[in-house]
Design a protein around this ligand. Structure first.
Ligand code: AP5
Length: 191
């Protein structure tokens, strides 16, 4: 099994690229954002509790997403590896993921870190607001808060992964196809 993190600020293209990469490399795409939005859409108690936090652009508690991911890892078969999207988002989540993988004889093999300029992130998210219906895309102040939360709580994971020799920065500016090509080039050296 080869396990990748796709990493980057809100709007950097993690979800867009994950769908294409998961298909190309036979990886299971695990997005905690998608899992949380599915809970909200299903009207579960968890979804109701998390929806207020998400609509403000804050992070949900580490314990919630760690449990979601653990459940998915144990239930998957017939794949070449995992592609984690939007998880981990704190150093504590990264440590928990490493432990989860290590106890199952796996590791984080590569962090693909998309680098996108601030104004491009905002432009993409405002553009998506028209079609996504996502509460966290509707308000420019919430978009800025999501980027601030990323810089404060999530970006430090890059240093953590660099120290472990798995950090791979990828230019996330340009067309979806060009960025896909850059990601594939990096991943082909690892699989
Ligand atoms: P999550 O769903 O993970 O959202 P996010 O990180 O804010 O990322 P986005 O989905 O907004 O962006 P993306 O990088 O996937 O870009 P996309 O491909 O969609 O999390 C949402 C919330 O859930 C969090 O704020 C938090 O509350 C909670 N949460 C989730 N995981 C958590 C965790 N682990 N711990 C704690 N809380 C957690 O692209 C964006 C737009 O740009 C799209 O419209 C797309 O079509 C367009 N686009 C993509 N690429 C390009 C391109 N190259 N050129 C032009 N447009 C492009």
């Amino acid at each position: 099994m080869v396990n990748f993190l796709i990493f980057g600020p809100p709007g950097s293209g993690k979800g867009t690229q994950s769908v294409k990469l998961a298909e190309k490399f036979n990886l299971l795409h695990l997005s905690t954002g998608d899992m949380l939005r599915a809970e909200i859409a299903a009207g579960t108690e968890l979804g109701k509790k998390m929806s207020t936090i998400m609509s403000k652009g804050e992070l949900v508690p580490d314990s919630v997403v760690i449990e979601m991911i653990a459940n998915k890892i144990d239930g998957s078969k017939g794949i070449a590896g995992f592609l984690f999207d939007g998880f981990p988002r704190t150093v504590a989540q990264t440590v928990a993921l490493e432990e989860m993988l290590n106890t199952r004889g796996m590791k984080i093999d590569c962090m693909l870190a998309l680098d996108v300029e601030h104004d491009e992130l905002v432009k993409r998210l405002i553009g998506r607001a028209e079609v996504s219906g996502r509460a966290d895309d509707m308000d420019p102040a919430v978009i800025e808060n999501r980027i601030d939360v990323y810089n404060e709580k999530t970006a430090p994971i890059m240093n953590y992964c660099e120290e472990r020799g798995v950090y791979q920065p990828v230019n996330g500016m340009g067309s979806i196809d060009d960025i896909f090509g850059r990601l594939v080039e990096v991943m082909n050296k690892i699989v």
